[in-house]
Ligand binder design. Structure first.
Ligand code: ATP
Length: 379
């Protein structure tokens, strides 16, 4: 688990939250550094919104500690926490103008009239809505309404902005545009962002670091490259992008690598795990991304240091930039290979033909042993 840069702005430490029999958040520890753009990513129901709501103060944990800037905030009511939340539904006041929506929180805090005017202008400029002051939310597009919601939250200058699927209601094109906008705004104001999404691409593009969650637990915390290139668990490998998972038996060791076999004739090497000992006969699961694999003719000579398995092409899907080949290996595993169409492709591979897949063993990532994880969970 990667650690944030100091100082830590938001900390969840061993936090558990139940609703009746449902354990929504199960012993979660997450720390977010000041000024960081941190995302919680996972499928529906994995506990990300509940985690966010505990930072906001809308829910209290059953167990564990929630800290803001080093102070335990469990029991502190939401309005006394130096955080603001932006929701997917925008939650704007329909009868107020844009400027009054943004000014709302400041007026309640009895900020002077001229200071309110200055700050509203500054934050409407920030979200590029100058000139929209007098419109009502119903006269704005979805993207513009979300900008108002952002300005309304940021104008309070909170230490932390919590964002719960804020782009969920926007169409894809606008969503991509707003992703870039949000990143710019976050960099400009330097506020710590904790961002909840189920969209893996969004989380990878926007975040400094992210936590991948499943069933109330954190599966992995890391930089986007770590999560994509070195998924720690089967869940992360499967949830983020397309991945190939190969099950094999350990047959020996070559330096830093384990020699493993899925079917006779395979040549498979995987980096030996450093956190556990593995002996011949043990089974390991490892993953390798489709774009790391190359398909060659079965008769091609392959260097000894490379991994190679043989199989039969079952599907070829031309996708413009790349072609996706689906290959059934002789061990019965289905592997996906992305081939960049960087040259004019004449032979795209034909279903039914034999093929050999070749790749660098360094690119294999051994996954956490599920039996160990199970032990850890029940301990
Ligand atoms: P989504 O993306 O669908 O919002 P999520 O990852 O944010 O999902 P949570 O909303 O945190 O997930 O919910 C986690 C689990 O807790 C789910 O099983 C959900 O049904 C349950 N849950 C959440 N809030 C409540 C509540 N107030 N009462 C009962 N169960 C709840």
């Amino acid at each position: 688990m990667t650690e944030p840069e100091e100082p830590v702005e938001v900390g969840l430490y061993g936090v558990t939250k139940r609703f009746g029999d449902t354990v929504a958040v199960d012993d979660v520890t997450i720390t977010v550094g000041r000024g960081e753009f941190f995302s919680m990513l996972g499928p529906s129901g994995c506990g990300k919104t509940t985690s966010l709501r505990m930072i906001a103060g809308f829910e209290e944990p059953d167990r564990g500690r929630v800290e803001l800037t080093g102070r335990d905030i469990v029991g502190v009511p939401p309005y006394k926490r130096n955080v603001n939340t932006v929701f997917q539904s925008y939650a704007l006041f329909p009868h107020l103008t844009v400027a009054d929506n943004v000014a709302f929180g400041l007026r309640r805090k009895k900020v002077s009239k001229s200071a309110v005017r200055d700050r509203v202008k500054r934050y409407l400029d920030l979200v590029q809505l100058n000139g929209y002051d007098d419109r009502r939310p119903s006269q704005l597009s979805g993207g513009q309404q979300q900008r108002v919601a952002l300005a309304r939250a940021l104008v309070n200058e909170p230490a932390v902005l919590l964002l719960d699927e804020p782009l969920g209601a926007l169409d894809l094109k606008l969503r991509k545009q707003m992703q870039l906008e949000l990143m710019r705004i976050q960099r400009e104001v330097g506020v710590t962002f904790v961002y909840v999404t189920h969209d893996q691409e969004e989380a990878l593009v926007m975040s400094d670091r992210l936590a991948v969650m499943s069933q109330g637990r954190v599966e992995q915390v890391g930089f986007p490259e770590d999560i994509y290139e070195r998924p720690a668990t089967r869940f992360v490998a499967g949830f983020i992008g397309t991945s190939n998972i190969i099950e094999a038996a350990v047959t020996g060791r070559v330096g830093e690598f384990l020699q493993v076999e899925a079917a006779p004739g395979d040549r498979l090497l995987v980096p030996a795990p450093t956190d556990r000992s593995v002996s011949p006969g043990d089974r390991v699961s490892f993953t390798v991304r489709p774009e790391k694999l190359r398909v060659v003719a079965e008769s091609d000579v392959v260097a000894d240091r490379l991994c190679t398995v043989s199989g039969t092409v079952v599907d070829v899907v031309y996708q413009g930039v790349s072609t996706q080949l689906v290959i059934r290996t002789d061990a019965g595993t289905t592997l996906v290979v992305f081939r960049q169409n960087s040259e004019r492709v004449s032979d795209a591979g034909v279903p039914g033909t034999r093929a050999r897949i070749v790749w660098d063993p360094e690119l294999n990532v051994v996954l956490a042993n599920e039996a160990d994880l199970e032990k850890e969970l029940t301990a």
